[in-house]
Design a protein around this ligand. Sequence first.
Ligand SMILES: Nc1ncnc2c1ncn2[C@@H]1O[C@H](COP(=O)(O)OP(=O)(O)OP(=O)(O)O)[C@@H](O)[C@H]1O
Length: 250
Amino acid sequence: MLSFENPAVRISNLTKVFGKHTVLNNLNFDIPKNKITTILGFSGAGKSTLLKHILGLHQPTSGVVEVLGSNLKNLDPMKLREFRQNFGMLFQYAALFDSMSAVENVAFPMREFTKLGNEEIISKSKDLLLSVGIKEVSFEGLPSELSGGMRKRVGLARGLALNPHIMLYDEPTTGLDPITTKMVNDLIVDTAEKNSDRGMTSIIISHDVKATLRISDFVAFLDRGNIVEYLPVEEFKKSTNPLVQEFINL
Ligand SMILES: Nc1ncnc2c1ncn2[C@@H]1O[C@H](COP(=O)(O)OP(=O)(O)OP(=O)(O)O)[C@@H](O)[C@H]1O
């Protein structure tokens, strides 16, 4: 199994049991800084449960989750809420606030979590929108007036608003048409490159094998709570693990 010095995330002997169901089974898993790592797996493999542990939204049944060197178990709820500002997130449905314009959606985390003045917040929000390819003409548009691809761009700009150390993408392209899917995947790579000088880490949860193999640096395959393969992408492509082979060739 791959291990890294000073990783963004270190998971040690993580087990999660719901009732009688072991959803994560003694996982050991390092996610390196400043790289794109994708966790692939069939539906129900435990990907979302793993992501929730990384965010400190679930407590392990046993084992340790360390993020940026902090053991999440040692953070009280207040500290954990603060700590989550290290994360930016882009979900499947972008989860924008319907009644807020694009620019206000991006401004929201800065209003909530920083002491910046309004002018600076608006100016930063506009810069972020431009950086993800939203043109000025759409700044005041409501989410309902934007295309699916544009909503993703706005969601990403909002995810980046607090300069996260870790950007999490939870099935970012599920349900999108092929052209928008490609656009979002290109945007993930572009965002990783633009934020590379400050060491931003990208973690993606995905079903999309083709995109994963194109955009990731490292790929982990999660099967029924076990990481059965974890390799740099070029080696992952050549994996002889039968489950990985099955998934790649679906
Ligand atoms: N809060 C919970 N209580 C009980 N069981 C849960 C809970 N959360 C998840 N599970 C179970 O854990 C298993 C893994 O679920 P999880 O959502 O992590 O899988 P996944 O790999 O993200 O799947 P998908 O790709 O379909 O989202 C499933 O069998 C699910 O029913």
